[in-house]
Design a protein around this ligand. Structure first.
Ligand code: GLU
Length: 287
């Protein structure tokens, strides 16, 4: 079977070299196996998404010579699909409305009160302490998010596994706690949208950065609950800067647009990335 991979950037800034590396890995994985490479714009975060960054993504990928097959997909045009998936989870009684603000969560993590779990740390910060789980008679006219009751969901599916670079991994969905599936200000979260889309687009191999490894535990759980096919996963190491720090927009990593403006030749850049060489000041992951 020919594989289908995808690059799924969020248009919240210009792409940097780390994105180029990830896009290239997904692109080459498909091309080396006569597969297809898709582009999906993950634009459901209303506060951070800007249309000009979508243009930037297209410009940068074409500059690198990474062409995608089929029409690109915008998550903002697929909200009905996510709402339907959330609806199924509501029917299964596996999600609950959460009225907490960030400040509430920070306060209850700092000083847990009876009935809420102590705010143990997860890989991405403190886990949600469960304040709204089991809330009776919730007033849904108030702004609320929807959270997955992970323990209940995992009890329903039983143990799950997924494949990472050909090795079987035991799913540990509780690692991230009761994650948000629909936000107060957005009808779907990353976890729900990405799981629904990868299935809907027929993605067979998810090639993405190791920073998303932990999220895969949740995606696997959602696949089981929603009876979706399970892709194979390939989490690649992340590029770092000369100081060994992670490349990120907020740390001022040079964007592809900067490199282009500086006269970099895209064919040479892509060839160097494929050989495992980077412009000075960057280093490639060990793995
Ligand atoms: N949109 C996500 C990001 O920009 C990537 C999603 C994925 O590859 O699963 O980090």
């Amino acid at each position: 079977m020919h594989p289908v991979t995808r690059f799924a950037p969020s248009p919240t800034g210009r792409l940097h070299l780390g994105h180029a590396y990830s896009a290239l890995r997904a692109h080459d994985f498909a091309r080396e196996r006569e597969g297809s490479f898709l582009l999906r714009i993950e634009d459901i975060d209303p506060g951070r998404v800007r249309a000009e960054y979508v243009d930037g993504i297209i410009e940068d990928l074409l500059w690198l010579g990474l062409e995608w097959d089929a029409d690109m997909v915008y998550q903002s045009e697929r909200l009905d699909l996510y709402a339907a998936a959330l609806g199924r989870l509501k029917e299964m009684d596996l999600v609950y409305p959460c009225f907490c603000t960030r400040a509430d969560i920070a306060a209850s993590v700092a000083a847990p009160h009876p009935g809420s779990e102590a705010g143990t740390g997860g890989p991405e910060g403190p886990l949600y302490p469960g304040t709204c789980r089991g809330l009776a008679g919730a007033d849904l006219s108030r702004p609320h998010a929807w959270r997955l009751d992970v323990a209940r969901a995992a009890a329903r599916t039983g143990p799950l596994t997924w494949s990472n670079d050909g090795k079987l991994v035991a799913a540990l969905p509780e690692t991230l706690g009761d994650v948000v599936l629909a936000r107060k200000d957005a009808p779907a979260s990353y976890h729900l949208a990405v799981t629904v889309d990868d299935a809907d687009q027929g993605v067979t191999d998810v090639v993405r950065g190791r920073d998303l490894f932990v999220s895969t535990h949740i995606h696997r759980l959602l696949q089981a609950l929603l009876e979706l096919p399970v892709p194979r996963y390939h989490h690649h190491g992340l590029l770092s800067d000369a100081a060994g720090g992670r490349l990120a927009k907020r740390h001022g990593a040079a964007t592809l647009a900067d490199l282009r403006a500086g006269g970099m030749d895209p064919a040479m850049l892509v060839a160097a990335l494929r050989r495992g060489q980077l412009p000075s000041g960057y280093s490639l992951p060990q793995a």
